[in-house]
Design a protein around this ligand. Structure first.
Ligand SMILES: CC(C)(COP(=O)(O)OP(=O)(O)OC[C@H]1O[C@@H](n2cnc3c(N)ncnc32)[C@H](O)[C@@H]1OP(=O)(O)O)[C@@H](O)C(=O)NCCC(=O)NCCS
Length: 182
């Protein structure tokens, strides 16, 4: 994958389209021990009640996030950033964008799960205010790892909205990248 970090400073967050599938599959395959299949990802992109967003940098997909709306809550079902772009704030930006999408449809809470040994994911979610609410023993059948269940609540409240706004501002100040929301 081309390293475009030297030639652009704008990240565009937009809805994933069918043309993104090759890039999404490539990132999926290098990011998870048991990647979702191309067919599953293709159907996920267009599932009613799901929102898939990509971070597009100079026409290349740097990462993606998936959000399901389940009743009145959001569920972040997947998140991955290309190894070329890790450590540049893209994962955090994608989660912020997913939280914003959840608020837009009226969700007050977002939950998710991650492997107990996934330090980067844990640090990212904790940074954004997610709290551990439980564990599922042996949830990941490929490795037998436990899942940590985490949750962020109060998104729709005034303080929740202010927290999210502050997180966006902090992101903009910390990272040397412009953001466009499409
Ligand atoms: C987890 C993942 C999405 C993070 O994406 P990223 O773009 O590299 O993360 P960011 O640069 O936005 O980092 C945001 C915060 O996450 C945490 N973080 C990210 N990578 C980290 C690492 N390697 N070690 C410790 N903390 C890390 C930090 O708190 C960081 O904030 P900081 O830069 O102020 O320290 C990425 O590592 C990935 O795609 N991993 C494989 C797939 C995966 O595990 N997905 C999550 C499944 S639930």
């Amino acid at each position: 994958m081309a390293d475009t970090r030297q030639v652009t400073s704008t990240v565009t967050i937009r809805r994933a389209v069918r043309g993104d599938l090759d890039a999404v599959v490539a990132i999926e395959n290098v990011s998870f021990p048991t990647p979702w299949s191309r067919a599953l990802l293709a159907s996920e992109l267009h599932q009613p009640g799901s929102v898939y967003l990509v971070a597009d940098i100079a026409g290349s997909v740097a990462g993606f996030v998936g959000l399901w709306h389940v009743l009145d809550e959001g569920h972040i079902c997947t998140l991955a950033v290309s190894p070329d772009w890790r450590g540049h704030g893209i994962g955090e930006l994608l989660v912020l964008a997913a939280l914003r999408a959840a608020i837009e449809v009226g969700s007050d809470a977002v939950h998710l799960e991650y492997r107990v040994g996934n330090g980067p994911a844990e640090a990212l979610y904790r940074k954004l205010g997610f709290e551990r609410v439980g564990m599922r023993a042996g949830y990941y059948s490929d490795t037998g790892e436990d899942a940590v269940l985490a949750r962020l609540t109060g998104l729709g409240s005034t303080s929740g909205r202010e927290r999210l706004k502050a997180a966006w501002e902090r992101w903009r100040q910390e990272r040397g990248l412009q953001v466009a929301i499409d």
